[in-house]
Design a protein around this ligand. Structure first.
Ligand SMILES: *Cc1c(COP(=O)(O)O)cnc(C)c1O
Length: 391
């Protein structure tokens, strides 16, 4: 699996043919109990070692054949630094549980100000209550994050781009500063997917994806995954299993199936997004479209340097006179769904004004759009009806 391109890995990574059956897909296993041949076998089986790739697990919460296949594929996709992967019942659980491995009362933790809203709530809620000193930083900080480091800084959490504000972070600069100071680093990489950005290669310790989005791709499950380098994997594995965090065989089977077609889905959705964006940019009501792949976007130089593509989630900023007046636009849509989440086959739109992320944006005149797999002409016609309702 070494020299294969990402698209090929998406199809083949993790698949091992069973010589007796030769089916293309692994079986779905629904399991709590695993039976053991002897007392020795029972004790030999993998428990807390974190080495589930090498042996059979002792209990259903640890792994099954399809978990193994999925984890192997995720690791292959994130590159040679990947030492372990784990799945959680939601994307949010993948953004919270692994971080707990590095935090204790009295520790200092840094979170990007543009972090996913519920992750922000975890930081200012649960973590603060536990006695962790939480500080939010400007996502454009780059290597200057060093100036925020203290004796007790234990973790830096990133997200790129912010999923409402769309600024990219200088991830390599932040990751290197963390590495130099022995601080664990994590990133929510849901937007780019492993297709378009691989932060482990930039020196980040933990890459998190809400698999609910592009990986599963069909709006039919919630799941989160973390892929870790060797430095942090034993701690993340221990904490995740101590907290009883795992994803069901059925959900992992669906997510693994989604992974096989992710390259074509994401590529097609992003092409349609580019078409819709070009049309939106010409609308007199629109001040700006926020998508890092646009040459006029402030994040474009970082996008060009670090990313190999862009996905289909972006934001639209209306002109100031539309502040607080976007409801008729949002309510007129019939092809776009009004719903949270993104990365499924259907296009979605939400007003940005409910967001609990960074406050420095005029969210009262912004919407966020997730382009799906419909014909872009139909999406444009739907948006046109929205603009008509605004007038
Ligand atoms: C949706 C999302 C999550 C959380 O995923 P859930 O499965 O909905 O819990 C985390 N981070 C980002 C950037 C997301 O968009």
């Amino acid at each position: 699996m070494k020299d294969l391109k990402t698209e090929t890995l998406l199809v083949h990574a993790g698949r091992h043919r069973d010589p007796d059956w030769d089916y293309v897909n692994p079986p779905v296993v629904r399991a709590s109990t695993v039976l053991h041949r002897s007392s020795k076998d029972m004790l030999d089986r993998v428990f807390f070692s974190g080495n589930y790739m090498d042996g059979k697990p002792c209990y259903g919460t640890f792994a099954s054949p399809v978990h193994k296949a999925f984890y192997e594929a995720l690791m292959a996709l994130e590159g040679p630094e990947a030492a372990g992967a784990w799945a959680f019942p939601t994307g949010l659980a993948a953004c919270t549980v692994p971080l707990l491995a590095f935090l204790r009362a009295g520790a200092h933790a840094l979170f990007a100000d543009s972090i996913y809203g519920p992750t922000r709530d975890f930081a200012s809620g649960t973590l603060t209550r536990m006695g962790v000193d939480v500080e939010f930083y400007d996502p454009r900080i780059g290597g200057n994050i060093r100036e925020l480091f203290r004796e007790n800084t234990a973790l830096v959490m990133m997200e790129t781009p912010g999923s409402h504000s769309f600024e990219l972070m200088d991830v390599p600069a932040v990751a290197q500063a963390c590495r130099a100071h022995g601080i664990a680093s994590a990133i929510d990489n849901t937007w780019a997917t492993p297709l378009y950005y691989r932060p482990l290669e930039a020196g980040v310790d933990m890459v998190i994806h809400a698999a609910t989005k592009y990986i599963a791709g069909h709006s039919d499950l919630t799941m989160g995954v973390v892929i870790c380098n060797e430095r942090v994997w034993p701690d993340v594995y221990r904490t995740s299993t101590e907290l009883g965090q795992t994803a069901s065989g059925d959900d992992v089977w669906l997510a693994y199936r989604g992974l096989h077609t992710m390259a074509v889905r994401v590529k097609r959705a992003a092409e349609s997004a580019a078409t819709v964006i070009e049309w939106l940019k010409k609308r007199p009501e629109v001040e700006r479209v926020l998508w890092p792949a646009l040459p006029e976007d402030p994040s474009y130089p970082i996008w060009k340097r670090d990313f190999t593509g862009a996905t289909s989630l972006f934001a639209v900023m209306f002109r100031p006179e539309y502040a607080g007046r976007l409801a008729p636009f949002v309510d007129a849509l019939t092809v776009f769904g009004r719903g949270y989440s993104w990365g499924g086959y259907e296009s979605l739109l939400i007003p940005s004004y409910g967001t609990r992320t960074v406050k420095s944006m005029p969210f009262d005149r912004m919407v966020r759009i997730a382009v799906g797999l419909e014909a872009p002409e139909d999406l444009i016609r739907d948006l046109e009806a929205g603009f008509a309702a605004l007038r």
